[in-house]
Design a protein around this ligand. Structure first.
Ligand code: NDP
Length: 399
């Protein structure tokens, strides 16, 4: 069917690239472009021989001109941005200049403020509409599948959804005292920020990890989970009509939290640059350099993830509860694509979103969050491409 340009070649990108190669009828050709070209070449070497033609390129995605030149050279149908959130706007600018569709998995953040907001990317709406191209924002698992689940629940199960609790459980064990399952800098910025939830049209802010609940996750068991701010709360708060409250909870083990507290207490999670032997360094970026590379966790992580949404609302005048979730096994993912489940659950939806842009099912000029599209083809594709979903009409609720 066509050609995709994938920017970034880290943990998530590696899964998306494997999946594009499995789906060679759609992804006849891909170009993998990243800061470190040797990583792209190594992946190409591993995957060559299949039907999808693979090329590689070096690019600094902070530089719009380099991106424009690359897109003009590759001539892709879609750009899949799997670099870091800092590069979202430069890549969107390059897509606008070349009139190519765009997809990412995380919203833009300025390097110097850990603030998760869509305002910068939503500001591109009119320009994308005028250029006649589609931008799909936040098409990983959360955000991503959680938005598709919400659109599906709205379309098929409810007349009105009043409450959504998004529960993200990673019960995987990698055997290290402390490591993060995706980019450490992004992960630590996310979990050390204040928590918040959306209630009656307003944000309610909490201290980091202030609200704790215990939940008995299907196929995983009882885990401690903590309320975090998460980017899809912002778009779902606007796009799900009748919503009164949306919360996001993520599980953390005690060892992770103790290490994090200690690192915070000594200043290692700070994003303020400091002077070190004549250089400016950002403590959190230095910490990233000494922590295990998330891509190396694959072979050693055992256990499962369970990510899903509990919806409460009304159908035909009656109260209704509905839980949609996916369970993913770290070792199964590793066997299939050489990555652990956190990268897998993000990389597969990115491939599916790009496929739906390419085949026209998710194509409309403008900038959209995933819940603004028809969820049905995406839900079918999740079952087909490795993230089957399950439903329950009688789940435990979160207090
Ligand atoms: P990694 O750090 O493993 O990979 C990032 C990749 O981007 C690396 O290959 C890196 O290059 C490349 N990169 C960084 N800066 C640039 C640049 N300026 N120019 C070109 N390439 C660059 O991160 P992950 O794979 O873990 O995460 C990728 C994205 O997925 C992130 O935005 C993250 O927030 C998002 N994510 C979304 C989730 C969801 O469910 N929605 C869940 C998990 C992650 P190099 O190899 O040289 O460092």
């Amino acid at each position: 069917m066509g050609k995709a340009l994938i920017i970034g070649c880290g943990g998530v990108a590696s899964v998306t690239i494997h999946k594009c190669c499995q789906n060679s009828d759609v992804f006849e050709e891909i170009c993998i472009a990243s800061r470190t070209k040797s990583k792209c070449d190594a992946l190409k070497e591993k995957l060559s021989g299949g039907k999808t033609k693979i090329t590689t390129a070096q690019v600094d995605a902070d530089d719009v001109n380099q991106l424009i030149n690359l897109i003009n050279e590759v001539k892709p149908d879609v750009v899949i941005n799997l670099a870091l959130p800092y590069q979202d706007l430069t890549i969107m600018d390059a897509c606008l200049a070349t009139k190519v569709h765009y997809l990412d998995t995380a919203n833009y953040e300025p390097l110097d403020t850990a603030k998760f907001e869509y305002k910068w990317q939503w500001a591109y709406r009119e320009r994308f509409e005028k250029a006649g191209i589609t931008a799909v924002l936040g098409c990983g698992f959360d955000p991503g599948v959680t938005g598709v689940f919400s659109a599906y629940a709205m379309k098929h199960q409810f007349d009105e959804i009043n409450y959504i609790d998004i529960l993200d459980c990673n019960a995987g064990d990698h055997g290290y005292p402390f490591a993060t399952n995706f980019n450490p800098e992004i992960n630590i910025r996310e979990v050390s920020a204040n928590g918040s939830y959306w209630e009656n049209g307003k944000w309610v802010e909490t201290k980091p990890m202030e609200i704790k609940r215990v939940y008995n996750f299907p196929e995983v068991g009882e885990k401690d989970m903590y309320l975090l701010h998460h980017e899809e709360l912002e778009s779902l708060g606007l796009n799900i009509k009748g919503i009164k409250r949306i919360r996001f909870f993520m599980t953390f083990g005690q060892s992770y939290l103790t290490h994090l507290k200690c690192l915070e207490n000594v200043g290692m999670t700070s994003i303020e640059p400091i002077d070190f032997e004549g250089h400016k360094i950002v403590p959190l970026q230095f910490l990233k350099a000494v922590l295990p590379d998330p891509a190396s966790l694959g072979p050693r992580t055992v256990g499962k993830t369970n990510i899903g949404c509990i919806f409460q609302g009304k159908k035909d005048g009656k109260d209704k509860v509905y839980y949609l979730y996916n369970v993913c096994d770290h070792q199964e993912c590793y066997k299939e694509v050489g990555s652990q489940a956190v990268s897998y659950t993000t990389g597969v939806p990115a491939m599916i979103g790009a496929m739906l842009i390419m085949n026209g099912q998710w194509r409309k000029p403008g900038v959209y969050n995933v819940e603004e599209f028809d969820p049905d083809p995406f839900m079918d594709a999740l079952n087909k491409w490795g993230l089957p979903w399950k439903e329950s009409f009688n789940p435990d609720l979160v207090e």
